[in-house]
Structure formats: C-alpha cells, structure tokens
Write a protein that binds this ligand. Structure first.
Ligand code: SAH
Ligand code: SF4
Length: 345
C-alpha cells in the first residue's frame, strides 16, 4: 500500500484505533498498548513495540503508519528558543517554535498551511492560504519537537501559522488528544487558542465550556484602523467581537487575553491607548502588548521601549491588566511565517 494511503495513527483517538484493531481481529487492549508506546515512550517504530506479537507488528507495518512531520530546517536562539521548519507528507511546510519560560516549555504550533485572513503585518498572512492541517499534523509538531529537544513540553499555544478557528474541527480533535490521559495528558488550561476574532468560532468554543485559554488578536481600538490592519474586521467588527468575548467570559468564567501588536506611528499613540482601555475596561481580561517583529517587505516597525512603556502605563491607568511580551528568539525570524516565507522566495 502507498505510504500516504496507510492511515497515520498519530491523530487518531483511542476509540478509533481500538475499532480499527478490532477490525483486524485484535483484542481491545492492543490499542492502549500502541498508545503507550507512542505517547508515553515516544517510540514511533512498530518493530520496537516489543509487547505486541510479531505477527501484529508486521500487520501494522503493512496497513498503518506512525508518521511525524520531517524537520527540514532548525534555528536555535541563545535564549533556548528553537524554531523548526517542518515538511508534511504532501511536501507543504509549516513552522513551530519552542519557547522555554521556566518552569514552562511552550510549543507554538501551526493550525494551517498559510492563512487566508491576510493581516497587514503578518508574514503568514502575506503568503496566502494552502490548506488546513489534520489533527495528526498538529499533534505531530508537538511530538517531533519533544523528540528533538529530548524533553516534555508543558504548554501549547496555537499562535503559529494559520487561524485555528478557521480549522475548528481539526484543532479541537488535536486538543482532545493532547488532553486525553491515554495520549499526551496535558491539562486544558495549558492550551491557548489565539484567534483573529472569528465570531462564529468563538461562539462555538463558548458552547464547549472547555477550560482552555482564549487569546483574541485585537491590534486596534476602533473599526477604522482595525479594518486596515485586520481585514476580517469588516465582517466581524469590534462591537460584535467584544459582545462575543463577553458572552465567552460569562459562560466559561475565564479571562480573555487581548493581543495588541504595536506598530510605530500606526496604532501606538496615546489616543489609541486611551481608546483601547475604554473598550475593555471592566471586562475579565488582560492585554498583551507585542512590539511587532518587522516582516521585511511590509515596512512596519516597533515603537521605542519608552513608547511601549508609556502605552502600557496609560492602559494600566484605567485599571486594566497589561503585560508586554518578553522578546524570545531574537535573531531567528521569530515572527511566525517568516522562515517559510524565506524558503519559498
Ligand atoms: N491567526 C491567529 C493565530 C496565529 S498569529 C491570530 O491571528 O491570532 C499569532 C499572533 O502573532 C497574533 O496575535 C498575531 O497578530 C501575531 N503576529 C503576527 N505577525 C506578527 C509580527 N510580524 N510581529 C508580532 N506579532 C505578530
Ligand atoms: Fe492569519 Fe493570524 Fe497572521 Fe492574521 S495574524 S494573517 S489571522 S495568522
């Protein structure tokens, strides 16, 4: 059977693997044994799964596969951050970034190849959209990073390439596998979904009542400016987005993070800070200011450190919690999408 047609066990949940193995005449507990090898022992080769009968190992080899994305380029920064360019089965590329922030080890994973939203300052957005990632390709980024680094990752943020809520079902399937005790066994609170603000997706997520963290990429405090920076704002304008976030907070009881990429002379003025604070004041939320990572051809730059601090001070003055993102991975094209964009040029 062609390698790509054989189903990949990475991405299947335990119930699906159990059904498949039962279909092959195997007892139910075999699926759990295979899961233990993969998720507990990080063994991805059937021939090394020594508690399985030899005949079953042969059968698995010919009918299924355990395949991870292939690392085609690595960048390591002095602070321990690593960025990997990964090649998928069909030759497409995505990026993932590993960020140590002790005691956490956070994986920043991609949800799509490219992105259709096209935010003005984002390298991924400029490269267009190719396709959604499968659950196994999302989990695979985590497993391959753990394999390279030789350590367990503790947290996952969906802040790599793509818009996770535009690939809702596959991202949720990956999340359930990460959450499942039989698989990665990572608590939902260690998982963050970052969205550009797809209102229907946030509403769906609200209905799940999961304890995941929600980050919403706001980037502008008024529709006029946000329409220019985040084109999807024309469809889901700020008032509608804020209403949806309030419903989310009320239903789930968790704080929302608003991400705000600071662009010098574009959205970083004192008036913007006042407007931003007034917009979110009183909500159970937190603002994360992110000085932009300049993407060469776009011409955006970040404010000075004093400018950033002053912006934060104004927002804080309204009693709103603000952090400035610590710079990680300096010198390794840390803005997601940059590595792939460079390779494709
Ligand atoms: N599509 C989702 C998640 C991926 S982008 C979203 O937009 O939220 C993750 C975060 O990185 C977003 O907040 C995004 O605005 C930010 N980002 C994109 N390009 C950036 C750049 N050049 N510099 C700094 N942050 C950037
Ligand atoms: Fe897509 Fe997020 Fe980049 Fe916007 S910032 S283009 S939504 S990946």
């Amino acid at each position: 059977m062609d390698v790509r047609i054989r189903p990949n066990i990475i991405g299947m949940d335990l119930a699906e693997l159990t059904t498949r193995l039962e279909g092959m005449g195997e007892p139910r507990y075999r699926a759990k044994q295979v899961f233990d090898w993969i998720y507990d022992k990080a063994v991805y080769d059937f021939s090394a799964m020594v508690n399985l009968p030899a005949a079953l190992r042969d059968k698995l080899r010919s009918e299924m596969r355990v395949s991870l994305p292939q690392v085609v380029q690595t960048q390591n920064a002095a602070d321990g951050t690593s960025k990997y360019l990964l090649q998928l089965d069909d030759g497409q590329h995505v990026e993932c970034v590993i960020i140590p922030d002790m005691p956490r080890m956070t994986a920043c994973l991609s949800s799509q190849v490219g992105c259709a939203v096209g935010c003005a300052f984002c390298a991924t957005g400029q490269s267009g959209f190719a396709r959604n990632l499968q659950p196994g390709e999302i989990i695979g980024q985590l497993l391959v990073s753990q394999q390279i680094r030789g350590e367990r990752l503790t947290n996952v943020v969906m802040m790599g390439m793509g818009e996770p809520l535009a690939n809702y079902d596959n991202v949720m399937a990956a999340l359930r596998l990460m959450n499942d005790r039989a698989a990665i066994a990572m608590g939902a609170r260690r998982f963050t979904i970052s969205t550009v603000g797809l209102v229907p997706g946030i509403k769906r997520l609200t209905g799940e009542k999961l304890q995941v963290n929600l980050a919403v990429s706001l980037h502008a405090p008024n529709d006029h400016l946000r329409n220019q920076l985040v084109p999807i704002n024309r469809k889901y304008p700020i008032a509608m987005l804020m209403e949806t976030c309030k419903e989310y907070i009320a239903a789930v009881g968790r704080r929302v993070t608003f991400e705000y990429v600071l662009l010098r002379n574009v959205n970083d003025q004192a008036a913007h800070a006042h407007q931003l604070a007034q917009l979110v004041r009183g909500m159970l939320c937190h603002i994360n200011l992110i000085p932009v990572n300049p993407v060469s051809e776009k011409g955006f730059s970040r404010p000075s450190e004093q400018g950033t601090a002053e912006f934060a001070r104004i927002v804080r003055g309204y009693g709103v919690e603000v952090t400035v993102r610590k710079e990680k991975g300096t010198g390794i094209d840390a803005a997601c999408g940059q590595l792939r964009a460079r390779r494709m040029r």
